[in-house]
Design a protein around this ligand. Structure first.
Ligand code: UDP
Ligand code: MG
Length: 338
């Protein structure tokens, strides 16, 4: 691809600057192909005059221990539209994505976030951008079907979305973090300073006109999933507890029910004794003590979860630390796609 110098500002070109942000954690196996395809998408969109030639792909290296950053630097050296942000350590997908959104937000009109593993169909980006031109601020990429996912992943994901909805969280079904956000949405996203970051829940809270684009989810192009069961459960738990206090209410309700039931049982047994009927031996009492004890423990545990989260929020620690920023090293005016 030819590299051309530009004057830096968009000048007469009022086409939007698009940034595609892809968090990468140990993605050396797939990165060159991802870059190739995303650059192809950018070139196509520039060719169709849908986006500005200043548009870019921003890879966020989330503290990888393989050659991911080296590859990003090499790509940046040969492909001007590829930029990189290296985080000082692994902070997880959500924060890595946030780092990319914050960084790209300052120099883009709209940003598309996408996983680096090519599971999301990159050709949907054109549809995202067209929706942006129609005036939408948020475009959600929604998976048409999930047959490429394992049975377990499919079922657990479906259960998760259902549970979130039941908890009162406004979440888009089968939408992960493949979406387009306009500059003004990104601006407001900065005001959400919570430590338990769950972007899928936050974006609908921001508002502005939004729509969905359907696409087919594919298998990973290369490499392995960085979301084993343990991480997935932690993510789901974060999602629920950072948006809803319903679990606490369920426990409170359970506790109240147990109180009523055990009180009634006690009264019933007392009445039986009074009228001279044989009273069942202490096993029932034992059982109820254990049960109520269990409910109490669960309640205390859940309270602890929320308190732990409040503790983290109050500390307000930085969510990520940037080690290298290839956007900052750009010469004045930057470089752009042909
Ligand atoms: N990822 C990341 N930091 C992490 C884990 C994952 O930036 O700590 C990135 C990863 O490189 C990929 C995306 O997040 O681009 C989604 O991860 P993955 O594909 O492993 O998740 P899955 O699709 O299996 O749920
Ligand atoms: Mg994946």
């Amino acid at each position: 691809m030819n590299v051309v110098a530009t004057t830096g500002d968009k000048g007469e070109d009022d086409r939007p600057v698009l940034s595609i942000v892809a968090p990468c954690y140990n993605e050396e196996a797939v990165l060159p192909e991802t870059a190739r395809r995303l650059i192809g998408v950018l070139e196509g969109l520039v060719g169709n005059r849908l986006i500005s030639p200043q548009s870019m792909v921003l890879f966020v290296d989330d503290g990888s221990s393989d050659r991911t950053w080296e590859l990003i630097e090499n790509l940046h050296a040969t492909e001007p539209s590829v930029k990189g942000l290296k985080l000082a350590r692994n902070v997880g997908h959500q924060y890595a994505l946030l780092a990319g959104l914050h960084r790209a937000g300052c120099c883009s009109d709209c940003v598309v976030s996408i996983d680096a593993d090519l599971q999301d169909d990159v050709s949907a980006i054109e549809a995202f951008v067209k929706k942006y031109h129609e005036g939408y601020d948020v475009v959600y990429g929604v998976r048409r079907k999930r047959e490429k996912d394992s049975f377990f992943k499919r079922q657990s994901a479906q259960g998760f979305y259902r549970l979130m909805r039941r908890m009162g969280v406004d979440i888009v079904y089968d939408h992960a973090d493949y979406r387009l956000l306009s500059r003004r949405v990104l601006k407001h996203l900065e005001d959400f300073r919570e430590a338990n970051l769950f972007l899928r829940g936050i974006i609908p809270l921001i508002g502005f006109p939004s729509t969905c684009v359907y696409y087919d989810r594919m298998e990973r192009f290369a490499g392995t999933s960085k979301y084993p069961l343990k991480k997935m459960l932690a993510f789901a738990f974060d999602g629920i507890t950072s948006f809803s206090v319903k679990p606490i209410r369920v426990v409170t309700f359970l506790g109240m029910m147990m109180l009523v039931v055990s009180l009634s049982a006690g009264l019933y047994l007392a009445a039986q004794g009074l009228i001279g009927q044989p009273v069942p031996d202490g096993s029932f009492l034992m059982f109820s003590i254990w049960f109520v004890g269990g409910v109490n423990l669960l309640g205390i545990g859940l309270n602890g979860e929320y308190m732990g989260r409040i503790y983290r929020e109050v500390k307000d620690r930085p969510k990520y630390i940037v080690e290298r920023d290839l956007l900052a090293s750009e010469p004045a005016g930057g470089r752009s796609l042909p």
